[in-house]
Write a protein that binds this ligand. Structure first.
Ligand SMILES: NC(=O)c1ccc[n+]([C@@H]2O[C@H](COP(=O)([O-])OP(=O)(O)OC[C@H]3O[C@@H](n4cnc5c(N)ncnc54)[C@H](OP(=O)(O)O)[C@@H]3O)[C@@H](O)[C@H]2O)c1
Ligand SMILES: *[C@@H]1O[C@H](CO)[C@@H](O)[C@H](O)[C@H]1NC(C)=O
Length: 302
């Protein structure tokens, strides 16, 4: 590493720590009684967020497709201390269901303080196979539904000085191979909500937007689909979930978790040759014949 690069890396680290230290402290009490809607909460990071909100004594509505699983998560939320815990089953790849979920939460909770949009539709892992229909479907599940829900909740969030939390990914900042449709949906999210963030802050809106850039997290979906393909370390879902919640509660515009995703994002454009090298070599193989259970199930759906 040249001296210049070292100085640059050091300054980036100092800036990062400065931002961390000046971030407002998280007050867990602020979540007691808070009205929260979490999507994609039947498993993975969303499920963990539901449990954290429950421990903080929030009133929560959770959603996903599998009713039976949602029922169990809600049950556990109640034992953990949620003031209210309800679920509504919905498919975000439908054009009409996203709004209905928000309406349900607004009605049952009497308003919303947090809308945490986190779900994703099943993604194929492998070389892009020319399937445009799948991209359209995934755009509804991973992007349009987010936009629909945000719009539906915005009035209530405005009245309640609420927060919109968008769970995105390094995939929303930088393309990586074998998940092109997923990358497209996450870039769409970052673009749209990045723009909305400016609009809200320029009109001094009451609503804060937090866009979360996550690295690899050890959820079952991620481990089954990409865990075996990459040497990138996976971080715990429960910790990721807590970081998302505190970033939202302290109204930070962005969260980077784990911390080095911040560096990755800054450094990705320094040298495209270096970035390409690191990215392409972080995969152990080309998953051309990957036909995992979930992908197979998805294929039979379409
Ligand atoms: N895990 C990672 O490595 C990682 C990395 C970066 C970013 N992220 C982001 O973190 C978020 C959560 O990821 P995760 O790993 O926790 O995923 P996950 O465990 O697979 O959870 C996805 C959730 O979405 C729900 N869902 C799936 N299809 C749906 C549909 N059509 N309609 C409504 N709900 C649907 C699932 O429940 P049902 O099956 O019951 O519907 C589940 O509750 C995503 O936004 C993801 O992009 C994850
Ligand atoms: C913004 O929030 C305050 C309460 O903090 C509320 O009195 C005001 O009406 C809100 N503004 C709008 C436009 O809803």
């Amino acid at each position: 590493m040249g001296t210049f690069t070292k100085i640059l890396v050091a300054s980036v680290c100092v800036c990062f720590l400065a931002v961390k230290w000046t971030a407002p402290a998280f007050d867990a009490e602020s979540l007691r009684g808070a009205r929260v809607l979490v999507t994609g909460a039947s498993s993975g990071i969303g499920e963990q967020m539901a449990y954290h909100y429950a421990r903080f004594g929030a009133k929560i509505v959770i959603t996903a497709r599998r009713e039976k699983v949602l029922e169990q998560v809600v049950e556990k939320c109640r034992t953990l201390g949620a003031q209210v815990a309800l679920y509504v089953a919905a498919d975000m790849s439908s054009e009409s269901e996203p709004q209905k979920v928000v309406d349900f939460a607004l009605e049952k909770l009497g308003g919303l303080d947090y809308l945490v949009v986190n779900h994703i539709g099943l993604t194929r892992v492998g070389m892009w196979d020319g399937n445009v229909q799948h991209i359209r479907w995934l755009m509804q599940a991973n992007f349009f539904s987010y936009v629909q829900m945000a719009w539906r909740a915005l009035d209530s969030l405005e009245r309640n000085k609420g927060s919109l939390i968008i769970v995105s990914s390094v995939a929303g900042k930088m393309p990586s191979p074998f998940v092109a449709p997923y990358i497209a949906t996450k870039h769409a999210l970052n673009g749209f909500f990045g723009s909305l963030y400016h609009e809200l802050s320029m009109k001094k809106s009451n609503v804060s937007i937090t866009i979360c850039t996550l690295g690899l997290i050890d959820t079952q979906t991620a481990m089954v689909n990409v865990g075996h393909l990459t040497s990138i370390p996976a971080y715990p879902a429960t910790d990721a979930a807590l970081n998302i919640i505190t970033a939202g509660a302290t109204r930070q515009p962005e969260l980077y978790y784990p911390w080095f995703t911040f560096l990755v994002n800054i450094m990705k454009d320094w040298s495209t040759t270096a970035t390409d090298y690191v990215l392409q070599n972080s995969f152990k193989e080309i998953p051309s014949s990957v036909l995992l259970e979930k992908n197979a199930a998805l294929a039979s759906n379409k």
